[in-house]
Ligand binder design. Structure first.
Ligand code: CA
Length: 387
């Protein structure tokens, strides 16, 4: 009887059994495991190779420990170059749009669910189809990352990943997606997604908002840079163990230094500076938003003057299938919006009301973008209708 062959041994599941004849055999932990027991049967525990911080040997890669092994993958902020097997620095931009004819599934909130994964695959294929085939982006576009799926009806929030040579133009990216729609529909090869053009938006991506998309240590501050990039720095009181790639390995300083009031002063100054800076940025942003809203309002006023109405009070002089944003007439505010199209008599024939939720400043920006890229869309008339 070969005890090992017949599985009669007591070796650890991660050990190899060697039969020595008779009743005797030995157990030896496999590669990637170490024997932490004192007996002969082996108690094999995974070796955490990532404890060696330089095992991936490159600041562009990070180590992932697995049971019995490990692998190196591109760090957040880098993408994989299959041609020379390297990780290259990425630029990213954040995008979103609304699919009005898809039903939101409860499991879309869970990125590990089958429903989410299925959507993700279909979504990435669709986005690759657009940006890998466009003349302006095909040499710089790398991939699409789905960040989350929000309700309303289904609102994917994602990033487009580009290589470092790309000159990212958010309005041009919006236009490419818009131009891929056929009568308001995006053909994913599986489904036809109905996407109101004004819901398409690209904005700056802030990797510091997403824990899984930046690799700053829990004991580090994350700093947002342009083009979707970021860097990290260990917090006060923590030592950086790998200054080649700062803010990733931060260890509490063990030496207790006597606190001197002199050392505190610069910290207070920094705090005060940050508050002043924060207020300045907030005021600046508010000013920009007000100017944008005023500009859209002015533009719409001018467009509204061109419209005429029939006896029933419907808009006339509108071509069939013109898009409009149609307020639900709650007093003329910038909320409760829908998107629709009109017939020759100016009656609303199709509408997607209630799917967009409250408008915010980002939505107002989309409207401005749609007007710029598609001046034929009559997106302004509703302001008039709502009054
Ligand atoms: Ca391991």
């Amino acid at each position: 009887v070969n005890i090992c062959m017949d599985n009669l041994d007591d070796c650890d599941v991660n050990a190899d059994c060697t039969y020595l004849g008779g009743d005797s055999y030995t157990c030896e932990c496999r590669d990637g495991f170490e024997d932490i027991g004192s007996g002969l049967i082996g108690e094999c525990e995974d070796i955490d190779e990532c404890f060696n911080m330089t095992i991936c040997d490159d600041v562009t890669k990070q180590c992932v420990n697995t049971n019995g092994s490990f692998y190196c993958e591109c760090r957040p902020g880098f993408h994989y170059n299959t041609i020379d097997d390297t990780c290259e620095e990425s630029q990213k931009v954040q995008g979103e749009f609304i699919i009005v004819n898809e039903e939101y599934k409860e499991n879309y909130a869970n990125p590990n669910s089958i429903e989410y994964k299925q959507f993700e695959e279909q979504f990435k294929t669709a986005m690759n189809g657009i940006y890998k085939n466009s003349e302006t982006t095909k040499y710089t576009y790398q991939e699409t990352e789905l960040l989350e799926l929000l309700k309303g009806s289904v609102k994917p929030v994602y990033t487009l990943v580009f290589n470092d040579d790309a000159n990212i133009d958010t309005l041009a990216l919006e236009a490419l997606l818009f131009e891929s729609l056929d009568d308001g529909m995006l053909d994913t090869g599986i489904d036809m997604w109905q996407i109101p053009p004004f819901t398409i938006s690209y904005t700056d991506f802030d990797a510091c908002d997403y824990d899984e998309l930046n690799d700053c240590s829990d004991n580090a501050n994350c700093h947002t840079l342009s083009d979707g990039k970021f860097n990290c720095s260990c917090k006060n009181g923590f030592e950086d163990l790998n200054t080649a790639y700062p803010g990733r390995y931060c260890e509490a300083l063990t030496t207790t230094t006597t606190e001197s009031p002199v050392e505190k002063l610069p910290q207070d100054d920094t705090d005060a500076m940050q508050i002043v800076l924060g207020v300045l940025v907030a005021v600046l942003l508010l000013a920009i938003i007000l100017i944008a809203v005023f500009a859209v309002y002015q533009y719409c006023q001018r467009r509204s003057e061109k419209q005429s109405y029939n006896a029933a009070g419907h808009l006339t002089a509108i071509q069939p299938n013109d898009y409009v944003i149609d307020s639900l007439n709650d007093g003329g505010g910038w909320d409760d919006f829908g998107l629709g199209s009109f017939d020759v008599d100016g009656r609303l024939t199709r509408s997607y009301s209630g799917s967009t939720g409250s408008l915010n400043t980002a939505d107002e920006r989309h409207i401005a973008a749609v007007i710029e890229h598609a001046p034929d869309l009559n997106v302004c008339r509703t302001l008039y209708m709502a009054s």
